[in-house]
Design a protein around this ligand. Structure first.
Ligand SMILES: Nc1ncnc2c1ncn2[C@@H]1O[C@H](COP(=O)(O)OP(=O)(O)OP(=O)(O)O)[C@@H](O)[C@H]1O
Ligand SMILES: [Mg+2]
Length: 245
């Protein structure tokens, strides 16, 4: 990929936890307005890529660029202000608060007025969640909770959406709806970086796929090419990515 084309760029990023390095001089790029899928076996460092990009981990070496500007070591607050939103792996709602209150908290950096204007727009994307807007978040089904989390990130009208395994625990139809929504956002200009184990379905909606193994890039291909590759089962069953590139 042409450097000028990339919106997110990792250059030789070394990052990890204490003395344990997870990203080993990782370099890759993700295009603006594209869905880039981050693949790889458990423990490869996929979530760590998103956490590092979102300022939760500080790189020990290397650079991270966003739209050509160096954001290495930027705080979460600064990143939010630049339009980066993160939907982490797992459950991340305030279960004892209502759907509406969870959305209000998601808009905290926008101010109350703008948040209250945006909440109805976001809820219109998720009719079932909207019906339950005064219910406690913990009373929503797993799929509805994930939709609420995605909605909470969309409140910020992000330029960059980092989303970690959104399909976990969702039925195929809901997964399809979430992927379609992400596709639409990307077509409207949002840069999406998504981790997914649901490889075949996700590739249908993505533009580019990159795969990690032990914190290193082992593959970067167009999603449609990878989907058409007869070796795809071998590449992604049991995480045997390395032999591919
Ligand atoms: N807070 C932490 N402290 C120490 N080690 C961690 C921490 N979080 C993750 N790790 C380790 O870093 C490595 C990469 O973890 P990461 O969560 O990035 O993997 P992943 O590719 O997202 O895996 P999965 O598919 O299981 O979600 C793993 O070996 C993991 O045990
Ligand atoms: Mg993970």
């Amino acid at each position: 990929m042409d450097a000028a084309d990339s919106y997110i760029r990792f250059e030789g990023v070394l990052a990890g936890y204490k003395d344990f390095m997870v990203l080993n001089e990782l370099s890759f790029s993700a295009r603006r307005g594209a869905i880039t899928l981050l693949l790889g076996p458990n423990g490869a460092g996929k979530s760590t890529v998103l956490k590092t990009l979102f300022g939760l981990l500080k790189p020990k070496a290397g650079r991270i660029l966003l739209g050509g500007e160096d954001i290495t070591g930027a705080t979460q607050k600064a990143l939010l202000a630049r339009g980066v939103a993160f939907v982490p792996q797992g459950r991340n709602l305030f279960g004892q608060l209502t759907v509406w209150q969870n959305l209000e908290l998601g808009g905290i950096t926008l101010g109350m007025k703008a948040t209250h204007e945006r909440i109805p727009q976001v809820l219109s994307l998720f009719p079932r969640v909207k019906e339950r807007m005064h219910s406690m978040a913990s009373s929503l089904s797993g799929g509805e909770q994930k939709q609420l989390e995605v909605g909470r990130a969309l409140l910020l009208a992000p330029k960059v959406l980092l989303i970690d395994e959104p399909s976990i625990g969702l039925s195929p139809l809901v997964v399809r709806d979430v992927f379609r929504l992400l596709r639409r956002l990307a077509d409207e200009g949002t840069t999406v970086l998504m981790v997914e184990q649901n490889v075949k379905s996700a590739l249908k909606y993505a533009d580019e796929a990159i795969a990690l193994e032990s914190g290193r890039l082992v593959l970067q291909r167009k999603a449609e090419d990878l989907l058409a590759d007869p070796d795809i089962e071998r590449l992604f069953l049991g995480g045997a990515v390395a032999a591919s590139s």
